[in-house]
Design a protein around this ligand. Structure first.
Ligand code: PLP
Length: 376
C-alpha cells in the first residue's frame, strides 16, 4: 500500500490558528511569571478593554463561553420564567439553549434569502401574535450581518430588548458599525472553530455599564460585599480565566489578518466555482462588510450538498451542512415558529466549504478540483 503523501493532509473547516509572532504565548508567560493563574487578573481586564475598543463599545465581560454570554445577556435583559423570547431559527443550539436555562419560552423566527438571517417581515408577524415578548435574539450567521435597521425599528416600536448573537461575526460590520454593538447586548464566542479562538470562551458587550458590572457579579458566584460568603442572588461560575484571556489578547492583535484571509478564501471559491450550474454563494449585501468566517454555498441543480460533503471527505477534506433550524430540532419542535420555509431550504441546499485560514492556494485548488469533478 502506498503511504499517504503530503498532498493528502487533512483540510479543516476552520481550526485554531495562533499568531505567527507568538503574541498569545507572551501573555500566557506573563501570567505564569506573576502567578495570575486564576479566573481574574490583568489579561482578563486587558482582553475586555481591548475587545471593547476594537468593536467600539463601552463595556465587556469576559466569560467561559459564548453560550454563557448569551445566558447572561438574557438574565441582564430581565428574561425569566414564562417570558417569551423571539429567536432566529437558523442558528447553532448555543443561541437558543440559554432561553430554556432561564425557563423562558422561545418562539422561532424564519430567515430571508437576502441575508440568511432573521426576516424582518416574520418578526413583524411575531410581534402581532406575541405583543408581550420580552427580548429578541438576532444572529449574524457565518459572518454575514442581519438587516439591522428594520429589526431595530421593530424592537424600538415594541420597546423590546435586542440581543445580537455575534459568535460567528466578530469583525463584521453593518453600515460601518461592528455587529454585536448595534442592539442592547452583543455576544461573542472564542470557541476552537471561530475566527479567533481562546480554546473556549465568550464575551458579553453592552454600553450599559451597570448591567455589565452585574453580569461580572453573577458570573463569579454572586458574592455579596461581605467578609463571609454571603449570597442574596443566584450565582454562576462563568468567568474567563486569566490564561485563556491571554490567548484572546494575542489573537485579537491578528484578527484583521484573519479576516483578510477568510475574504481571500471566499473570493477564490467564487472565482473558481461561481460558474458551475446551480451554485449560489452566500449573499453579500452592499451595507455589509463580513468577516467571511465560513464560505457557504447553496445548490439548486443535480449535485446535492451530500455529494460535495462525501466527495470532499473521501479526500480528507472537512465540510458540513448549513445549520439545521431550531424549529426542526426534536428538542425544540414543540415551540411556535413564525415564517415560511427559507431556513429549512437553506439547510437542505447549503454547504459550508472549508475556510481554514491556514489553507494554501494548493489546498484551495485541491478543494475546487474535487468539487468541479462532480459537474463533469
Ligand atoms: C459558537 C456559537 C455559539 C456558542 O458559543 P460557544 O462559545 O461555543 O458556547 C452561539 N451561537 C452561534 C451562532 C455560534 O456559532
Amino acid at each position: 500500500m502506498i503511504t499517504q503523501n503530503v498532498n493528502n493532509k487533512r483540510i479543516y473547516l476552520s481550526s485554531p490558528h495562533m499568531s505567527e509572532e507568538g503574541y498569545e504565548m507572551q501573555y500566557i508567560k506573563e501570567a505564569f511569571e506573576t502567578n495570575w493563574i486564576a479566573p481574574l487578573g490583568p489579561n482578563v481586564d486587558g482582553f475586555e478593554k481591548e475587545l471593547a475598543a476594537y468593536v467600539g463599545i463601552g463595556h465587556a465581560a469576559a466569560l467561559s463561553s459564548g453560550t454563557a454570554a448569551m445566558h447572561m445577556a438574557l438574565k441582564a435583559a430581565g428574561v425569566g420564567e414564562g417570558d417569551i423570547v423571539f429567536c432566529q431559527s437558523l442558528t447553532f443550539s448555543g443561541t437558543a439553549n440559554p432561553i430554556i436555562y432561564q425557563n423562558a419560552i422561545p418562539v422561532f423566527i424564519d430567515s430571508n434569502y437576502e441575508t440568511w438571517n432573521m426576516d424582518p417581515k416574520a418578526l413583524q408577524l411575531a410581534f402581532k401574535k406575541y405583543p408581550e415578548v420580552k427580548a429578541v435574539i438576532v444572529v449574524h450567521l457565518y459572518g454575514l450581518s442581519a438587516d439591522m435597521d428594520k429589526i431595530i425599528e421593530l424592537c424600538k416600536e415594541h420597546n423590546v430588548i435586542l440581543i445580537e448573537d455575534a459568535a460567528e461575526s466578530l469583525g463584521t460590520k453593518y453600515r460601518g458599525k461592528h455587529t454585536g454593538t448595534i442592539g442592547d447586548y452583543g455576544v461573542f464566542s472564542f470557541n476552537g472553530n471561530k475566527i479567533i479562538t481562546t480554546s473556549g470562551g465568550g464575551m458579553l458587550v453592552s454600553n450599559n455599564e451597570e448591567r455589565i458590572a452585574k453580569v461580572r457579579f453573577w458570573s463569579t458566584q454572586a458574592r455579596d460585599k461581605a467578609r463571609h460568603y454571603q449570597h442574596s442572588e443566584l450565582g454562576y461560575n462563568y468567568r474567563m480565566s486569566n490564561i485563556v484571556a491571554g490567548i484572546g489578547r494575542g489573537q485579537l492583535k491578528i484578527l484583521d489578518r484573519r479576516i483578510e484571509k477568510k475574504k481571500y478564501i471566499f473570493e477564490y471559491y467564487k472565482r473558481e466555482l461561481g460558474s458551475l450550474e446551480g451554485i449560489s454563494f452566500m449573499p453579500i449585501n452592499e451595507w455589509n462588510e463580513p468577516n467571511y468566517w465560513l464560505s457557504c454555498i447553496t445548490l439548486s441543480g443535480k449535485v446535492r450538498p451530500i455529494d460535495i460533503i462525501e466527495a470532499l471527505e473521501k479526500e480528507n477534506i472537512e465540510s458540513r451542512p448549513i445549520w439545521k433550524p431550531m424549529h426542526l430540532q426534536p428538542f425544540y419542535e414543540k415551540y411556535d415558529y413564525i415564517g415560511g420555509d427559507v431556513s429549512e431550504k437553506l439547510f437542505e441546499n447549503g454547504v459550508c466549504l472549508p475556510s481554514d485560514t491556514k489553507m494554501t492556494d494548493e489546498d484551495l485548488d485541491r478543494v475546487c478540483c474535487v468539487i468541479k469533478k462532480l459537474w463533469q
